[in-house]
Design a protein around this ligand. Structure first.
Ligand code: DGL
Length: 269
């Protein structure tokens, strides 16, 4: 048993979709969440910068005495998790390996990975899927307009102009894959917020949520190492590196409730 919290970090508050999965799959675990909003978005940053930010995020979480770290951000998972694993001793997992594991257990004929430019162009998801040798077709599509649309709450008001803009944008990015893919990997923290809309545009396609896959993997790791929490009074704490009005608004849009967020300063990275 280990009642210390799990550390979760993301480039911003989009990773709260991953927190939701942890709450469901690991209901006894406390969580310390860090959103590196000062450096948001990671999706169009260089690999080197994302690695530097990820190291500082990890150091902060370790100072909070976390027992394991989940990198919620797909962009950071694509380029920084291996470095973090080599640098730090606690269990560290990203969202990519667990997602590949999830897919390997499914009956798949073709997969489309959607995400930020960094995630899709890193090709990590596609390469690891290829290595499974399932003989499936693999596609990648970066969808940069989806993060701002989620952050504007475009999915909240069905039939509004913004909602229609979201549907048109999804059609623009995904339309060409209709009928050609059996699974879509929601390779960005924000996308689970619009899974209904993605399903609407891509009827019949199965969605794979990396946050869910990663929470399941984390559960397995904690179980195996006898590190599951038995705490009845679990807690959650939220930190960001820049607390703007926008951050508070987006957190509320994603969680559909208000949370108390604290601002912290990390060393220049
Ligand atoms: N959290 C990022 C991801 O999952 C999306 C937002 C960003 O670009 O930083 O890739």
């Amino acid at each position: 048993m280990d009642n210390r919290p799990i550390g979760l970090f993301d480039s911003g508050v989009g990773g709260l979709t991953v927190l939701k999965q942890i709450q469901e799959i690991l209901p006894r675990e406390s969580v310390i969440y860090l959103g590196d909003t000062q450096h948001l978005p990671y999706g169009d940053k260089s690999k080197e910068a994302i690695i530097r930010f990820s190291i500082e995020n990890t150091k902060f979480l370790l100072r909070q005495n976390v027992k394991a770290i989940l990198v919620a951000c797909n962009s950071a998972s694509s380029v920084a998790v291996e470095v973090l694993k080599e640098t730090f001793k606690v269990p560290i997992i990203g969202v990519i390996e667990p997602t590949i594991k999830c897919i390997s257990r499914k009956k798949t004929s073709s997969v489309l990975v959607i995400g930020t430019m960094r995630t899709v162009r890193s090709g990590v998801y596609q390469k690891k899927l290829q290595e499974l040798n399932l003989g499936i077709e693999i596609f990648g599509k970066d969808c940069p307009l989806l993060v701002p649309l989620v952050e504007e709450g475009a999915f909240l008001n069905k039939g509004s102009l913004l909602y229609n803009a979201l549907i048109s944008t999804l059609e623009y990015y995904l339309g060409e894959y209709r009928g050609r893919v059996s699974h879509i990997v929601l390779g960005c923290t924000h996308y689970p917020a619009i899974e209904n809309e993605i399903r609407f545009v891509m009827d019949g396609v199965e969605l794979v949520d990396p946050g869910e896959c990663a929470a399941l993997e984390l559960k397995e790791i904690l179980e195996k190492n006898n590190m599951l929490s038995e705490e009845k009074n679990r807690f959650e704490k939220f930190f960001v590196t820049d607390l703007s009005e926008k951050t508070v608004e987006v957190a509320k849009i994603i969680l559909q409730k208000e949370i108390n967020i604290e601002e912290i300063y990390l060393p220049e990275s």
